[in-house]
Design a protein around this ligand. Structure first.
Ligand code: NDP
Length: 261
């Protein structure tokens, strides 16, 4: 099926690794043009080089999503470069592994800032361009954690629940502007987030460690997800073929979610 993404432009935050990188690649495969950012210039340059896409298809900028002015500049330059923006994927970020008693008020502020700025800064930067597009769509990368709290991720879980609520509100607010907004909620996906935790040391091979992790967290499919499996869902929601889907949240989690909503 042709997803209708050829020559559309999508801005993906955090496209130098994991889910963001897989989404950039999937969009390029669909013939879309992509703008992406990250904080580490070398990692971003390596990702761009491996994609094989030239500047006519891929625009990159070093930018921290918490920095409103820098994100605005990135969005403006990307829109100027490609002549518009049709889609936005708010993906950049990471989780904070802490329990309540290990968490300071600064941790709470930092986490809420990262999660909310990660959606609101890019949206503000490209909202005008999205409004001008005939088929504008926003996908917010979230986590099943938003609906299923875990004590060991207390700040991230609360922030993610807020982002799920915000996504729904944005879907209503932005519908009159022709902008659809949906969420993709991840379970455990094998990316830098987990390789960094494995590097912290366990004595097991990475495969053994992953299998134990999946069992411990109750992943029905018994394994971590792959970034490409998430990218497929993201690209589908960005597609004009999904033109009647807004305000929804799609779990890509191998069955780790226990709720029915
Ligand atoms: P990775 O660590 O593999 O990739 C994260 C990407 O975001 C990198 O490109 C990173 O580049 C960029 N990034 C991180 N912080 C910032 C920032 N402040 N400003 C700009 N770019 C930033 O992570 P994943 O692919 O696993 O995660 C993608 C999203 O999915 C995240 O929001 C994460 O919290 C969420 N998620 C992931 C899960 C998983 O199991 N993997 C589970 C649930 C949610 P750089 O470091 O150079 O800035």
């Amino acid at each position: 099926m042709d997803l209708g993404l050829a020559d559309r432009t999508v801005l993906v935050t955090g496209g130098s690794s994991g889910v963001g990188l897989a989404t950039v690649r999937a969009l390029l495969d669909e013939g879309a043009k992509v703008a992406t950012c990250g904080r580490d210039a070398d990692r971003l340059a390596r990702a761009a080089e491996h994609s094989g896409a030239g500047p006519d298809r891929l625009f990159t900028a070093v930018c921290d999503i918490r920095d409103t002015a820098a994100v605005h500049d990135f969005g403006t330059r990307a829109a100027d470069h490609f002549g518009g923006i049709d889609g936005l994927v708010n993906n950049a970020g990471q989780s904070r592994m802490k329990r309540l008693d290990e968490t300071t008020m600064d941790d709470w502020r930092d986490e809420l800032d990262l999660k909310f700025a990660g959606v609101l800064n890019p949206l503000a930067a490209v909202r005008e361009q999205l409004r001008a597009s005939e088929q504008a769509a926003v996908v917010n990368i979230n986590a099943v954690l938003a609906k299923q709290p875990e004590p060991r991720l207390i700040t991230t879980g609360a922030a993610r629940a807020g982002i799920l609520n915000l996504s729904k509100a944005l879907a209503t607010e932005l519908a009159p502007e022709g902008i659809r907004v949906n969420s993709v909620c991840l379970g455990l996906v094998d990316t830098g987030q987990w390789t960094r935790r494995y590097a912290a040391g366990s004595g097991l091979s990475y495969e053994e460690w992953q299998a134990e992790l999946a069992a411990d967290r109750g992943v029905a499919l018994g394994r971590l997800g792959r970034a490409e499996e998430v990218a497929y869902a993201v690209v589908t929601l960005l597609s004009p073929r999904a033109s009647y889907i807004t305000g929804t949240s799609l779990d890509v989690c191998g069955g780790v979610g226990r709720g029915i909503l």
